[in-house]
Design a protein around this ligand. Structure first.
Ligand SMILES: Nc1ncnc2c1ncn2[C@@H]1O[C@H](COP(=O)(O)OP(=O)(O)OP(=O)(O)O)[C@@H](O)[C@H]1O
Ligand SMILES: [Mg+2]
Length: 468
């Protein structure tokens, strides 16, 4: 399907200019509209790949348009145009999920470059949604790799719990397989032919989370043009995973508690409730007990969720499984990318076992994916890993730091901090360097410089839509 861009601006000359420029330079379908309400109708009926919208418009402004677009599932990418000097608008838009912004008066080259990037991104997201879905399905079937006691116990518990309808709370560090555990529970349950709906609580703006979860009636608020089913409704008969439950706003915690107790939901603006049959699994890598103590999490909800608790072990706890897991990913990616089977040298496996993996299995998996793509020979060696892997990782205790001079110790920690910070930052903003720099208060160039210096690859973080 041909890519399309919807341009929205209330100034006729500007609109015409943009339409022509984009059509001529990018050879995509362009629809130009002078009013945000018309634009919203168009987006709902026939979503374009990208929306390029002015912020200042009479009637509905661009920010409101953006907010409504972002309520859709698989919404198009939105790029905002702001007047020079109104940086608050731009920041607000980015917070609401805009892909990028352009300040007016703009440089044509820069506009076209941003649009091209967005088109590439859109294409990647589309491809990635398919790929990710396939990979996740395969993974849920394969399940957890490992023969250590913690993994065997985990799998055993999952199998037992899957046969029940009990609410489950899954805790564990990032990248330890909480999502995988939830998928397995669903796949092994009587609900397996009904939907599995993961909801990443912190990525949905607080203002729309309630309507996302429970749905709304037409007219419930300005912009609610028709009834919308919430995620609970979509998951009916199946399983809903509330990921990062610790970040659920307190107001919604109370509502969720009621839903779990009454097994019914009340869409926004509705007078009656609907019965639902949804199994809820919640997961978190935060310490909920601590959040309860500081009154950020309701204790009654905690007990209601924690009917069964499952915890996924960190990679450190299952270090003996590392070679098995690493080899599993190695053959998986070699066949996924159609590359002749490679293997790890012994010192690579040793390095894997001794290295600290703050991102746990996910980090190991990503490193192996990269190494499969970038390594030259048939044998993968420690040199095939990015700098970070070869950085001397001081243990966090003062003892080993004290073996170094002050300068060395500081350098080590600083490097480690830099690498971790940049990787987390890029991960959060899906490899979008400009956006990441902006959000971190850095000049784009300074961030680029750090990225180069530590051999980090932003492409690695450009991933599927559901993380954005
Ligand atoms: N023991 C394991 N064997 C095989 N694959 C695993 C194992 N543990 C985790 N994985 C894989 O690691 C990746 C990360 O796991 P997952 O997304 O479930 O982590 P998570 O705990 O939900 O992380 P986060 O807190 O960041 O959301 C997934 O691709 C998952 O399939
Ligand atoms: Mg997860």
């Amino acid at each position: 399907m041909k890519e399309s861009i919807l341009v929205v601006d209330d100034v006729p000359d500007m609109l015409k200019f943009l339409e022509r420029l984009i059509q001529e330079e990018l050879h995509v379908d362009v629809v130009a509209l002078d009013d945000a309400e018309k634009a919203m109708e168009k987006v709902l009926k026939d979503p374009p790949s990208i929306v390029l919208a002015d912020i200042r418009m009479p009637k509905m402004n661009g920010v409101e348009l953006l907010r409504r677009i972002k309520e859709m599932d698989h919404s198009p990418l939105v790029i905002m145009m702001t007047a020079y000097g109104s940086i608050e608008d731009a920041v607000e838009s980015l917070k609401l999920g805009a892909y990028d912004y352009i300040t007016k008066p703009f440089d044509e080259e820069r506009l076209l470059h941003t649009l091209k990037k967005a088109l590439e991104h859109h294409d990647l997201v589309k491809k990635n949604i398919d790929l990710e879905k396939r990979v996740k399905e395969k993974e849920a079937l394969n399940g957890f790799i490992g023969e250590s006691l913690p993994i065997r116990r985990l799998v055993e518990t999952i199998k037992i719990v899957a046969k029940t309808d009990l609410t489950v709370l899954i805790t564990g560090e990032t990248g330890t397989g909480k999502d995988l555990a939830a998928r397995m529970i669903h796949a092994l349950s009587h609900r397996s032919n009904k939907p599995f709906i993961p909801v990443n609580c912190p990525t949905i703006p607080e203002t729309i989370l309630e309507s996302e979860l429970f749905g709304y009636k037409k007219g419930a608020f300005t912009g609610a043009a028709q009834d919308k089913m919430g995620l609970f409704g979509t998951a009916d008969g199946g399983t809903l995973l509330l990921d990062e439950i610790g970040d659920l706003p307190t107001m919604l915690q109370a509502k969720l508690l009621r839903v779990l107790e009454e097994k019914e939901i009340k869409p926004l603006g509705d007078t009656k409730t609907n019965k639902i049959d949804v199994r809820v699994i919640a997961s978190t890598n935060q310490d909920l007990k601590e959040k309860i103590a500081s009154h950020q999490f309701r204790e009654d909800l905690y007990h209601r969720l924690n009917v069964v608790s499952i915890s996924t072990p960190s990679l450190k706890e299952i270090a003996e499984d590392i070679p098995l897991i690493a080899n599993h990913f190695l053959s998986f990616y070699c066949s996924e990318f159609n590359i002749a089977q490679k293997r790890f040298s012994e010192d690579t496996l040793r390095m894997f076992i001794s290295r600290r993996w703050t991102g746990n299995v996910r980090e190991l998996q990503n490193e192996i994916k990269r190494a499969v793509i970038f390594s030259k020979g048939e044998m993968i060696t420690p040199e095939d890993f990015q700098n970070e892997t070869r950085l001397p990782y001081p243990e966090e205790n003062a003892d080993s730091l004290l073996k170094l001079t002050y300068k060395e110790a500081r350098k080590n920690l600083l490097e480690k901090f830099n690498v971790q910070y940049i990787r987390d930052l890029l991960d959060k903003y899906s490899g979008n360097v400009s956006l990441a720099a902006r959000m971190a208060g850095l000049e784009r160039q300074s961030l680029q410089h750090l990225i180069k210096r530590y051999g980090i690859h932003p492409e690695e973080f450009r991933k599927s839509a559901n993380k954005m």
